[in-house]
Design a protein around this ligand. Structure first.
Ligand code: LMR
Length: 394
């Protein structure tokens, strides 16, 4: 039966994880997968998460099934975290999802069911799994330019020129904040222009927001998405609680759709049907932890403070690396690292250079040059800067 099964192509990011785990060298540095690490190199369980879990152990009386779209209180609390109050509850359909990836998949299934002819427009570059998920669902993928590499910023004109080819009803996948992999986000003005452009052409925004709180802060990171949702009738959102709650392995995500009030019930039922045909009920534990934190003022405050500390630390690692590279290379060509947001930036490194960084220096990055700044520590910055200076300049 499996003789003709084609070999699967490994995921580039997970392949880096595997190679890193197999490397026995002391002092190896993982700048691959998008995971936050503290100054000791650990990915901590956040304080509020520990407290919420302890509370759940004490108070939860059943592990019986919840609803097909998950726990309504979680969906509402996450929805508010993401959208604030820009869209009334009657216009929001939502379902808990199996992590951010599950939310992206669910959203794509929804698009395909609602409009099988719709094309999905994806930024170049993007998180590699976006394309894999779209192909798995059978959506036709188109790409749009996103990144001005020379300046380390959004290629706004390239993006709008490419999206001008999109047909009415097509879906445009945007990163809500902390663009993965470039770390280059649209400005407030860019978001306003993008909103006007999509509105004028009847294109549907699909916003993947997986790093809220790691860019400029919880509200600032959602401002672009909120702007879209305040102007357009329909917005699709895939959100993750993996990073900002540190709940990676618990798979807590949310698929949310804003729509006219009379479409809400149909969309909600469709989301439930998608769940039934894939996982039945979305996982609950991580979602319940998130909801417990968001609905308790004390836990919420503590969580926000810890997240803010993480965000500031990533920003200071960015600045430290940019500064060390300035000293190392005598040039400002890595200055973009300090200006970009979130965990990722892309270095101008070819495959051979990425291999040299790995083989000669024990530094792991994703092919294409993506580095996870949150994988650095205060101690590893000088070594990484020296290695980058040597390999990328030489
Ligand atoms: C990443 O981009 O590294 C993360 O989103 C983890 C993943 O699943 O790829």
């Amino acid at each position: 039966m499996f003789k003709n099964l084609p070999a699967s192509k490994p995921d580039a990011i997970l392949e880096v994880m595997r190679l890193f785990a197999e490397d026995a060298r002391e002092g190896k540095i993982d700048l691959g997968v998008g995971v936050y690490r503290d100054s000791a190199g650990r990915t901590p369980v956040m304080r509020a998460v520990k407290a919420a879990e302890a509370r759940l152990v004490e108070t939860q009386e059943s592990k019986g099934y919840v609803g097909l779209t998950g726990d309504a209180a979680y969906n509402q609390a996450m929805g508010e975290l993401i959208l604030g109050d820009v869209v009334p509850a009657e216009r929001i359909a939502a379902s808990a999802a199996t992590g951010g990836t599950g939310a992206v998949r669910m959203a794509m299934e929804l698009v395909r069911a609602a409009n099988p002819g719709a094309q999905i427009w994806i930024s170049t570059p993007t998180w590699p799994n976006h394309t894999v998920l779209a192909a798995a669902v059978g959506l036709k993928v188109q790409s749009y330019r996103y990144y001005n590499r020379a300046e380390g910023v959004l290629d706004r004109q390239g993006m709008l020129d490419d999206l001008a080819q999109a047909q009415k009803g097509d879906v445009v996948l945007l990163h809500g904040c902390c663009h993965n992999p470039t770390g280059a986000d649209p400005s407030e003005q860019d978001w306003a222009d993008i909103a006007g452009f999509l509105q004028e052409r009847g294109l549907v925004p699909f916003v993947d927001i997986a790093y809220q709180g790691f860019g400029e802060g919880l509200d600032a990171d959602a401002a672009g998405l909120r702007h879209l949702a305040s102007r357009l009738e329909r917005v699709i959102v895939a959100a993750s609680a993996a990073k900002n709650f540190g709940l990676y392995r618990e798979r807590a995500g949310l698929c949310l759709v804003t729509c006219p009030e009379d479409e809400r019930a149909t969309v909600t039922t469709a989301l439930g049907t998608i769940n039934r045909s894939t996982v039945s009920f979305p996982p609950d534990h991580g979602a319940r932890v998130v909801q417990t934190i968001l609905d308790d003022p004390g836990l919420r405050l503590d969580w926000q403070e810890e997240l803010e500390t993480m965000r500031r630390r990533v920003q200071s690692l960015r600045e430290a690396l940019a500064g060390a590279l300035r000293a190392e290379t005598g040039s400002d060509r890595f200055g973009f690292l300090a200006a970009q947001k979130g965990m990722f930036s892309v270095l101008d490194a070819d495959g051979a250079q990425i291999e040299r960084l790995r083989d000669e220096h024990g530094i792991y990055m994703v092919p294409g040059g993506r580095m996870n700044v949150a994988g650095l520590t205060e101690d590893s910055v000088p070594r990484v800067a020296a290695a980058l200076g040597r390999v990328l300049a030489g």
